[in-house]
Design a binder for this molecule. Sequence first.
Ligand code: NAP
Length: 481
Amino acid sequence: MEYKKLLKNQAFVNGKWVQATAGKSFDVTNPATGEIISTVPDMTREDVRHAIDAAHTAWPDYRALTAKERAALLRRWFDLIIEYKEELAHLMTLESGKVMTESLGEVAYGAAFIEWFSEEAKRTYGDVIPAPTPDKRMVVIKQAIGVVAAITPWNFPLAMITRKVGPALAAGCPVIVKVPSETPLTGLALAYLAEQAGFPKGVYNTLTSKDSGGIGKELCEHPHIRKLSFTGSTPVGKILMEQSASTLKKLSLELGGNAPFIVFDDADLDEAVQGALVSKFRHNGQTCVCVNRILVQDSVYDAFLEKFTKAVQGLKTGDVLEKATQIGPLINQKGLEKVQEHIKDAQTKGATITTGGKVKEGLFFQPTVLAGATPDMLIAREEVFGPVAPIFKFKTEEEAIQLANDTEYGLASYFYSQNVNRCWRVAEALEYGMVGINEGLISTEVAPFGGIKESGFGREGSKYGMDYYMEMKYLCFGGVQ
Ligand code: NAP
């Protein structure tokens, strides 16, 4: 198998492939089959400190490279990721259960951040400020923030890394990536390609561990880490924020969501069905921007439900390596149990299943639609993170907005309407960092990705992305004659 060239069973620290200093390791399994794919080092806080020392030592020389030199390194890395896209996608599918077509999509999406930030590296402009007195000149410059730590989740084993390290490396910051224990192999393969691209020793480091709590604490508390960028759940984000207080570490937190998808009576129903389908069932419902609640206006509720149920019945479950397969397994038993718990809770509170509702085999769960969902159900409040679409009913635009905003989360939201006035009104009223209007897929490297409220803060991608990895410095020249 070609992907084996990228299959690593060691971590990457200071330009070397290493085992854990304590000598321990853990298995990585395939959620579709339960088979062990590889074994990787179970690192400890001591290993983290080695990586921090290496990155801190590498920083002065790395930040002294010209922007053009850093851009060239990133471009080489991008080219290698594209060259190995099939192998990376294969590895990703094996360890995450993401279906092959989506894994290929993630490699392209993730690589695009490296390409984008290789270009942005050369555009970190400052400002010249008109001075208030004749003898002064005032300038603002931007400089690399320092060593950056990145902690990433299993549901996007590649793109959540590149969204963070792309801007960090472009700005002149060495990085330490703590990859998720469920899916460390794609991240290690990325490290291998970064090594091939020629990043200097210590600039790119990747750690694997089962002790995510201990590793996280070291990264938060160590003064040489100047910035921590985290993507994952809101409870873990809160722990990291608390732990970072002692060093006042700069943070970017990309956390959980509870995305509403509103279908108004003036929507194109067929388009809304397609939008809801792709947004809900992407990676089997296991993304932070996946639709969690579908809110439909009462006059089109039955028609939408019928069309949507039919569309969901057409989704193809099966061998994740087959390019035609659309639905794979859930990541683990805990994820499967959460789906079952949400369905049971919804049923006891009056919801009915129009399709699905059962385990197919192992960690595979049937794509499910729940009619008659109400705000008192668990699924209305928490991310289900699985292939379950609850359909709620509303009467007026005000009620839809109130229902949509009735959550502590504020990441992605979606709505369908053909009325341009309503489109503006609703887009402005939704308390979310991102709004899809007549569109179910919104992620791209050119636009700012991120949330508000308890979905976190910071933005990834776009022309704003670099700012989170740079400090602004004001220079005041006095006594100018
Ligand atoms: P998670 O449990 O928060 O884990 C995310 C990462 O944090 C993993 O690398 C995990 O390591 C690590 N971690 C866990 N506990 C930690 C601790 N106490 N200290 C430091 N690190 C710790 O989340 P998940 O279940 O993997 O991912 C799903 C969540 O991520 C969902 O809530 C989803 O909405 C969110 N997400 C958000 C975005 C976004 O851009 N906003 C994107 C994707 C996913 P281990 O894997 O080794 O435990």
